[in-house]
Design a protein around this ligand. Structure first.
Ligand code: ASP
Ligand code: MG
Length: 410
């Protein structure tokens, strides 16, 4: 933060504006890329900013560690606490290597884990929420002129246990730190140059979005769009931090997406389609089905995407991306009696400001889905989202049909 009154400036140095930069796993996948990221961080520091860089685990490290845990556990489920101890090492490898690379370039740097960075979470292992950030050590090191590298995706619970923030959680680390440090904004670097109206690999007509409102992107992220973590967007919204989503290695294109509070006329036009394939549809019927199903869900700690209840029956769409113990949860569900579990499905959504309040949009949505071979299973509406459960092998088709009908038509 810049001080107005020169007499208030600390004697040693003028505080510089802080920027937080986050680099995803693909940006640090090998030694060469890690070096290029180090160059970029040093350049930002030499441009006159204080820099905090949050880093994800290299490449597919997290998946590799989880696979190892499953192999070791055999038929049992690896306990979530131990998974946190395990996967949090991925980011520690990346943070220390990045700090070494920066120091090799002649700049002072220091790496910190999530707990050293003062990231305090609740005690929900593998899918924890940040409750407080106390970045004193980071502030001290910045004041010493150092670049600070932080391991993303992890924190420490108030019980002093290591926790992780759910898959893709390094984004949340970056935004929460940006807010706590009073950074001018948070830059999120990955292999894509921002947010598109659909995944361009699935929908070639997808449009690049220059500006997107927190609310719309948060819904997209909850709906399975992988560009940014939903909790990161929620945190940015709460603290008013703007996110600049950019490509790490194609910076020359100059393209980026700015995530901020958008004016009504800026966000009205923005619509996007996304699909989440890591989901399951769960149903229960019989006496007290709704309460029994929700009580089970609370015990199983699985994030809920949609809910539908009628007298004597209830259905849930569940997100499985940060649910490592799904097999155990399913066993608990079977014990409830008349439960139905449908896997091999995808949750396909169209998101846009006031979309759910436009009857023409809903009509277009239904017409587009009528082109699928199999009837959708559950329709969920919110003021900003129209969503449906389809067979996984029709998810791409559904996204293209919905993009044509509701995004390209405008
Ligand atoms: N490495 C973690 C993951 O793969 C966190 C992250 O990438 O943000 O989910
Ligand atoms: Mg990752």
């Amino acid at each position: 933060m810049l001080l107005e009154d020169p007499s208030e400036k600390p004697v040693q140095s003028t505080p510089r504006a802080i920027i937080v930069q986050k680099f995803g796993g693909s940006s640090v996948a090998d030694v060469d890329k890690l070096g290029r990221v180090a160059d970029r961080i040093v350049a930002a520091r030499r441009a006159g900013n204080d820099v905090v860089a949050v880093v994800s685990a290299m490449g597919k490290t997290t998946d590799g560690l989880l696979k190892l845990a499953r192999e070791v556990a055999g038929a049992a489920e690896p306990p979530r606490r131990e998974l946190d101890m395990l996967v949090s090492t991925g980011e520690r490898v990346a943070m220390s290597l990045l700090s070494i690379a920066i120091q090799a370039r002649g700049h002072e740097a220091i790496s910190f884990t999530g707990s050293q960075s003062g990231i305090i979470t609740n005690d929900r292992h593998f899918d924890a929420r940040i409750i407080e950030v106390r970045p004193h050590r980071i502030e001290d090191e910045l004041a010493r002129g150092r670049i600070v590298i932080v391991a993303g995706y992890q924190g420490m619970s108030y019980r002093r246990e290591i926790t992780t923030l759910g898959r893709g959680g390094s984004d949340t680390t970056a935004v929460a730190l940006a807010a706590a440090l009073g950074a001018i904004h948070c830059e999120i670097y990955s292999d894509v140059d921002g947010v598109y109206s659909a995944d361009p690999r699935v929908v070639p007509e997808a449009r690049h979005l220059g500006v997107i409102d927190y609310d719309v992107l948060q819904e997209m992220a909850h709906a399975g769009a992988k560009v940014l973590n939903a909790h990161a967007v929620e945190w940015a919204k709460k603290s008013g931090i703007a996110i600049h989503a950019r490509s790490t290695f194609e910076a020359a294109s100059g393209k980026e997406t700015v995530v901020r509070r958008a004016e009504a006329d800026e966000s009205r036009g923005v619509r996007a389609v996304s699909a989440d394939r890591q989901v399951a549809l769960v149903g229960l019927s019989g006496e007290g089905a709704e309460e029994r199903l929700l009580a089970w869900l609370e015990r199983a700690k699985i994030p809920l995407l949609a809910f539908d209840a009628q007298a004597g029956s209830a259905r849930l769409v569940l997100s499985l991306i940060s649910t490592p113990d799904w097999a155990e949860a399913k066993a608990g569900l079977a014990a409830l009696g008349e439960a139905q579990v449908t896997e091999g499905v995808a949750f396909v959504s169209v998101v846009g400001a006031s979309l759910g309040a436009e009857p023409e949009a809903l009509a277009g949505f239904r017409r587009a889905l009528a082109t699928l071979d199999r009837a959708p299973q559950l329709v969920a509406l919110t003021p900003v989202r129209l969503a449906v459960v389809v067979a996984a092998d029709e998810a791409d088709l559904a996204q293209r049909a919905l993009h044509t009908a509701l995004v390209e038509s405008r």
